[in-house]
Structures are given as C-alpha cells and as structure tokens.
Design a binder for this molecule. Structure first.
Ligand SMILES: NC(=O)c1ccc[n+]([C@@H]2O[C@H](COP(=O)([O-])OP(=O)(O)OC[C@H]3O[C@@H](n4cnc5c(N)ncnc54)[C@H](O)[C@@H]3O)[C@@H](O)[C@H]2O)c1
Length: 252
C-alpha cells in the first residue's frame, strides 16, 4: 500500500527533527504547513507562538483558507539544550519561570493546537494527531552522563522537560478517547536521543552505551516512523505511545 499525500501542520518545523521531517515529507509529495517562532519567509511557513491562543487561532485560520488539513504533528518543544557549555543547576535553586515555560510550550502548545484543529477534523469526522514525546517521559535522565565530576545536588537535563513529556503520554491517551467511534486518531511517538554536532564526546559516548544499539539516533531515522503513523497504513491503533529509542529504555 502506498501512502496518499497529506496536508500536514507541523509545529517546531525549524528544529532538528522538524527540519528533517519537512524535507522528507515534501519529497514524498506531502504538503507541510510549518509553524515555528522564527521569522522566515518561505512558502507555507507561519510564524506562530503555540503558547498564545490568539496566534494559534489566526495561524490555523490562515492555513485553512489555503487548504484542508489532514494531520497535526505536535512536535515543538522548549527542549532546553544542555550541550556546549553545560549549564548545571541545583533543583532547590531552579527557576520557576523556566519550569513554567517548558510546560507551556510542550503541554499548553499541544493542547491549543489540537483544540483548534480538531474543530476542523470534527467537521470531516476524520483527522490524525501525532504527538512527539521523549524517553525522558518514561525514565528520568541519568544526570551522571552529561558532565564529568558531577557535583552533589547538581543536575544538567532540565526537570520540566521530563514532566512535560510525561504529560504528553496522558494527553495522547485521554484525547484519543474523546474521539471514540470516529475516524480521528491520536497517537504519540516516544523518541530517544538524537545525535547533533554540538554534543560533547563525553555525553554522546555515555548516552550511546546506555542504548542496546550502542548509538544515538540521527534525526532522519524518525521520518519513516512518523510517516507510517500519519498514513492510512495505521489502521488499528489510537491512544498509544510507541517507543523508538534503540533500546535505551529496555536496559539499565
Ligand atoms: N533531539 C532529541 O534528542 C529528541 C529526543 C527525544 C524527543 N525529542 C522530541 O522531538 C521533538 C523535536 O525535537 P528537536 O530536537 O527537533 O527540538 P529543537 O529544539 O531542535 O526544535 C524545537 C522547535 O520548537 C520551536 N518552538 C519552541 N517554542 C515554540 C513555540 N512557543 N511556538 C512554536 N514553536 C516553538 C523551536 O523554535 C524549535 O525550532 C520535541 O518534541 C522533542 O521533545 C527530541
């Protein structure tokens, strides 16, 4: 079975995984409406802050004036970077503002985007939402893999990231259940760590050793999985969270 071209709304389109998927999807004949915070002039790109309901409403309105939408991919994330100069923090000193921002992008943003696109899906009784989560929704980050000489009480990977990504799992299950008996499916992909040029050797080696496959993912390895779950090939799953992580969460 071949995959029919879809009209896709992709949040966080300018990040590592978003960029890779957009290029892959366009080559496959899909139309991708890209949403991100950056100021970019490109066809089908929209500057949209997904934590701002007005911005979401206006953007979805503009997209729908151009075309129907088949798929929403909730991919944007505050995804705080820890590479380069590793910032270490003590939980007891952690900023409440950073905590709220992380929860807001991943959770509130996914809520707002889904709420306003589902109005359109309900009219057709058809649509697909694919949420993107992380293995840190399932296991806590081992703070020892990020930096040598970890100091007592200090960590590196921001805590709100795990909390937000765990919330996405519950969001997926609950949201799918609202659409029982319809052709509206909601699923979630749980990704493992992606290699990027900024990560230091210490981290990537430690992380890789914690996977069964002994390596990090490359961003483009996730594209085929995303395409499967937004296609008609997925006939019998909704409300599910699928782990694609090189076996990272299967071992200790
Ligand atoms: N990179 C990894 O190792 C990894 C691992 C597991 C899961 N993931 C998940 O995959 C998804 C993509 O990750 P990535 O590595 O491409 O992240 P990234 O940080 O490279 O990209 C995220 C994008 O989201 C955008 N964004 C942030 N706040 C926004 C807002 N308010 N409105 C609109 N856009 C906003 C950013 O501008 C950025 O372009 C995320 O959900 C992340 O949690 C990534």
């Amino acid at each position: 079975m071949t995959t029919t071209p879809k009209n896709i709304v992709l949040t966080g389109s300018e990040g590592l995984i978003g960029r890779s998927f957009r290029k892959f999807a366009e080559k496959k004949g899909h139309k991708v409406f890209c949403l991100d915070l950056k100021n970019i002039r490109r066809k089908n790109y929209y500057r949209c802050d997904i934590t701002d309901e007005n911005s979401v409403i206006q953007t979805i309105k503009s997209v729908l004036m151009k075309s129907k939408v088949d798929v929403l991919i909730n991919n944007a994330s505050s995804n705080p970077k820890v590479e380069g100069k590793l910032s270490r923090y003590k939980f007891s000193n952690y900023s409440y503002e950073i905590w709220k921002k992380g929860l807001s992008v991943d959770l509130n943003g996914s809520f707002l985007m889904s709420k306003h696109l589902l109005k359109h899906f309900e009219k057709k009784n058809k649509g697909i939402i694919l949420n993107i989560s992380s293995i840190y929704s399932l296991v806590g980050p081992n703070q020892n893999i990020y930096a040598k000489n970890k100091k007592k009480y200090f960590g590196t990977k921001p805590i709100e990231y795990s909390v937000a990504k765990s919330g996405i799992l519950g969001f997926t299950k609950s949201l799918a259940a609202f659409y029982s008996g319809t052709d509206i499916k909601v699923n979630c992909l749980v990704f493992g760590g992606v290699k990027n040029k900024k990560q230091d050797h210490y981290f990537s080696k430690n992380y890789s050793n914690k996977t069964i496959m002994l390596r990090m993912a490359s961003a483009n390895e996730y594209n085929e999985y995303i395409e499967f779950f937004i296609s008609e090939k997925n006939t019998y799953t909704t409300g599910s969270n699928f782990i694609i992580d090189g076996g990272a969460t299967n071992i200790i």
